[in-house]
Design a protein around this ligand. Structure first.
Ligand code: ATP
Length: 257
């Protein structure tokens, strides 16, 4: 499980994330949505131990990521938006290394299975530096999934993936949660969020605009059911942004008297 409590991150005088709290229970896929610069990556980077919170706490599987980093890091797999992979290794070498690091039992057949799944078998012994962007993204996904982590943290998973791989990845994340694991992802893809997220937080300029299940967000934005599936997340998202803009305008008007 993931627990973010009162998380605030300041860069100089700029507050990138303000007092953010949410938790993700095992069995759930949680989506962190928001416009460019909303604070999604900043939140993810705190959760994976890359950017220290200015205040607040972030915990993974009950371990404070900053007070107990090794225990926390053993518990999660992380797929960054721009993965760094060792170009001078082959995919197979890199994945064996990950398997050893996380003490994955009998890793070789697992690695073969993953490479096959992502249609990388023919390239498994080629250097990663020769891979396309999408192929690298697939290797990063396999590296995170190979240890079968209790918690999966994903920043923009679909960038660069072809439609076949994108569908596979969507199903993988959902299946991971359905096996009692925890998944947190950021995405700009509203259809992806709508398809697999149980709960969502919509951020804008570091603040929470809306939070809850799709039904909660529909109720909150007054975009209640239209058609068989009700209003789409896209409509809810824009409604939340419009509300925030209108509030900001009225605050400005009040301040000016
Ligand atoms: N290292 C940094 N130094 C200063 N400001 C930063 C730094 N990293 C992020 N920021 C600022 O924090 C804010 C949030 O950025 P963040 O990368 O978290 O947004 P995001 O929601 O992931 O956006 P995108 O969808 O564009 O990836 C932005 O205003 C950004 O300029």
């Amino acid at each position: 499980m993931i627990e973010v409590s009162g998380y605030t991150k300041r860069y100089g005088r700029h507050e990138a994330v303000s007092n953010l709290s949410f938790s993700v229970q095992p069995g759930g896929v949680f989506g962190l949505l928001g416009s460019n610069g909303a604070g999604k990556t900043t939140t993810i980077r705190a959760l994976v131990g890359l950017t220290r919170p200015t205040s607040g706490t972030v915990r993974v599987q009950g371990f404070d990521v900053w007070a107990d980093p090794v225990k926390a890091k053993e518990a999660f797999g992380y797929i960054p938006d721009r993965p760094y992979l060792y170009g001078k290794l082959t995919a197979r070498e890199l994945l064996r290394f990950v398997g050893q690091l996380y003490r994955v039992p009998n890793a070789d057949p697992e690695i073969d299975r993953w490479l096959e799944l992502f249609r990388l078998t023919d390239y498994g012994n080629e250097l990663i530096e020769t891979y396309s962007h999408g192929m690298r993204q697939k290797v990063a996904i396999v590296a995170a999934m190979l240890p079968d982590p209790p918690v999966l943290i994903v920043d923009e998973p679909m960038v660069g993936l072809d439609p076949h791989a994108a569908r596979q990845v969507r199903e993988l994340f959902r299946a991971h949660a359905d096996r009692g694991r925890t998944v947190l992802l950021t995405t700009h893809s509203l259809p992806l969020a709508e398809a697999i997220c149980d709960r969502l937080v919509v951020l804008d300029r570091g603040k929470v605009l809306g939070e809850g299940t799709m039904d909660d967000l529909r109720a909150r934005t007054g975009t209640a059911a239209g058609g068989v599936h009700g209003d789409s997340l896209e409509r809810i998202f824009f409604r939340l942004l419009e509300e925030e803009l209108a509030e900001a305008e009225s605050r400005k008007a009040e301040a000016m008297g």
